[in-house]
Design a protein. Structure first.
Length: 234
């Protein structure tokens, strides 16, 4: 854990690409705004197929901000930004440059939701991944979006052991309460992160609060608990 003060940032990553990070983040921001909270959205780097609605456009619609405030570097090819930039002959920023773009993004807000690309280790900047940017930003919270179903336990534990922040939210996306596998996965993870459960090996001994959420309502409640000094929309 870094000694410098944490910022009112919720960094969004996932177990991998195409797990619903933008869907979850947009729905979360919409729900928080309906409850009177003011949340900024940032997707500093993105790549996309020609003609498709971009992540930044969806996040800008949710937060009520211009797309230019949400995103700075876009690559019109669905690949990790460093690869996309190389193929397109376009510049790819360093982690420090991305952090500079995000300077003050949370000011006068409840918090800023900053979405990375892919998973924690997916290439993001020319010299680093989402973990590198998390280290530079020192966010108060990291949200990891996990596919519900088979493989969710492994994915959740990989994310949990990779991520560093005072608060970690593991969100099981599209959770189906009637699915036995998904229910048992959630129960296993609840036991695995419990402070009273000494039977499960803790590979990351860092002290932090871990939240498990399965729907947007739970995610909103977790955010309100983590960021209690929320600013209200006038």
């Amino acid at each position: 854990m870094q000694n410098s003060p944490t910022r009112n940032i919720l960094f969004v990553t996932g177990e991998n690409t195409e797990v619903g990070k933008t869907f979850v983040t947009s729905a979360m921001i919409n729900a928080l705004r309906e409850r009177g909270h003011d949340v900024a959205a940032r997707k500093p780097l993105q790549s996309y197929s020609p003609g498709e609605t971009t992540d930044a456009e969806l996040l800008a619609e949710a937060s009520g901000e211009p797309a230019g405030a949400v995103n700075k570097w876009s690559y019109q090819i669905p690949m990790a930004p460093p690869m996309a930039g190389s193929l397109l002959g376009e510049a790819v920023p360093t982690t420090e440059t991305v952090a500079d773009f995000l300077q003050g993004c949370e000011n006068d807000r409840c918090f800023a939701a900053v979405e990375g690309v892919g998973g924690p280790y997916s290439p993001l900047a020319i010299d680093g991944d989402s973990l590198s940017l998390i280290g530079s930003l020192n966010p108060k919270t990291v949200l990891a979006v996990i596919r519900s179903g088979l493989g969710a336990i492994n994915a959740a534990l990989l994310c949990l052991n990779a991520l560093s922040a005072p608060n970690i939210i593991l969100h099981f996306n599209r959770f189906d309460q009637t699915d036995l596998v998904q229910k048992m996965n959630l129960e296993f993870m609840s036991n695995a992160i419990s402070a009273d459960n000494g039977s499960f090996p803790r590979r990351n001994s860092e002290e932090r609060n871990v939240y498990l959420t399965t729907d947007i309502r739970q995610l909103v409640v977790a955010c309100e608990n983590i960021f209690p000094g929320c600013h209200k929309i006038n």
